[in-house]
Design a protein around this ligand. Structure first.
Ligand code: HEC
Ligand code: HEC
Length: 289
């Protein structure tokens, strides 16, 4: 060791004066910028530990002077979203059904809520995409048994169809076969006439006999031309859209039993806002009468 400054012969760099077994240590200090950054990060780390939660303790952790917690931050956000939702819910509750479409934000809120409620409550019968199944109407087309305006759809959803509710939509097609109102051959003729409404009849004589039966027995509900009547939930028989199937055997079965499909009432089971949202959602599916 010596105090004297010494330049290393090989590299031309000053040495620190330290030498071990003839090996000398070159004096190459860390760059200033690096050191400053290093010290700054130490200061920052200490500051961080004071301000934010940092160290585990025996029964928890140091909270930091700002008391920050991610859990609290998330629950604040959830609180905020709930408040916004409450605002929309109140607005939807107050807005008459027909006027919801005038407020785009409210309409979107109702559509999203309606779609969710539909998936939970209605999809088991009407299908996920509201496409329906035999006996369960497709709600996407603009063909309605009980009417496709907003108030008509609302009434259907609130009180159901043959649901047993006091205000339920009720209309019973007679069980022509079961109750012996028509002979089997007459039912067959009537079915042949119904087929003729969609140009599928094969037996003209039967169509002629069936036309008379239809005028006597069926026109009061299905209309003289078979175009149906939404006041009575009587389907249009001319549009080739069938609730219970359009093959002759299906039609014979419909006339024989009168069918009598039933849809539950939803008022009392779902809250007012959900019911309104459902009405708006279903109305939007059908092309909007
Ligand atoms: C248990 C099965 C079932 C469930 C659940 C159900 N429906 Fe229905 N829905 C039916 C049946 C069956 C009909 C047809 C009844 C008939 O034959 O007239 C129907 C008819 C309807 C109609 C009338 C369609 C038209 O053409 O006029 C609407 C609207 C409707 N449902 C909406 C809904 C909504 C909205 C929900 C959920 C809140 C729902 N349904 C849940 C069985 C169901
Ligand atoms: C009191 C009113 C009424 C009378 C009378 C009536 N119907 Fe109906 N008809 C209905 C209703 C309501 C439905 C729907 C039943 C349901 O949704 O469960 C229906 C359904 C049908 C269907 C099934 C349609 C489909 O889309 O699957 C056929 C077919 C039909 N009727 C034919 C007839 C014929 C033929 C007669 C006469 C012999 C007749 N109806 C008399 C009310 C009536």
């Amino acid at each position: 060791m010596s105090d004297k400054r010494e330049i290393d012969d090989v590299t031309g760099v000053e040495t620190t004066g330290h030498a071990w077994d003839g090996i000398k240590e070159l004096n190459k200090p860390l760059p200033k910028w690096w050191l400053m950054t290093f010290y700054a990060s130490i200061v920052w780390a200490i500051g961080y530990m004071i301000v934010y939660p940092a160290w585990p303790t025996l029964n928890g952790y140091t909270k930091g002077v700002w008391g920050y917690s991610q859990r609290a931050a998330v629950s604040n956000e959830v609180q905020g979203a709930k408040a916004a939702q409450a605002t929309f819910r109140t607005a939807l509750e107050k807005t008459p059904l027909a006027e919801v479409k005038n407020d785009p934000d409210l309409l979107r809120f109702a559509m999203v809520g309606g779609a969710a409620a539909f998936a939970t409550n209605c999809a088991p019968c009407h299908g996920r995409g509201a496409q329906g199944f035999a006996g369960y109407p497709n709600l996407n087309d603009d063909d309605w048994l009980w009417g496709g305006t907003l108030p008509e759809i609302e009434t259907t959803i609130l009180y159901g169809i043959r649901s047993g509710d006091k205000q339920s939509r009720i209309s019973d097609m007679p069980k022509y076969g079961v109750d012996g109102i028509l002979q089997t051959s007459e039912i067959d003729d009537a079915a042949e006439f119904v087929l003729s409404l969609t140009k599928r009849a094969t037996d003209t004589a039967a169509v002629g006999r069936g036309a008379k039966i239809f005028a006597d027995q069926c026109a009061s509900c299905h209309g003289a031309e078979g175009k149906g009547n939404p006041e009575l939930g009587a389907p249009n028989l001319t549009d080739d859209i069938w609730l219970f199937g359009g093959r002759k055997a299906d039609i014979v079965q419909s006339i024989f039993t009168g069918r009598g499909g039933s849809m539950p009432a939803w008022h009392g089971r779902l809250d007012a806002v959900t019911l309104k949202s459902l009405g708006i959602y279903v109305h939007s599916l059908g092309g909007g009468k």
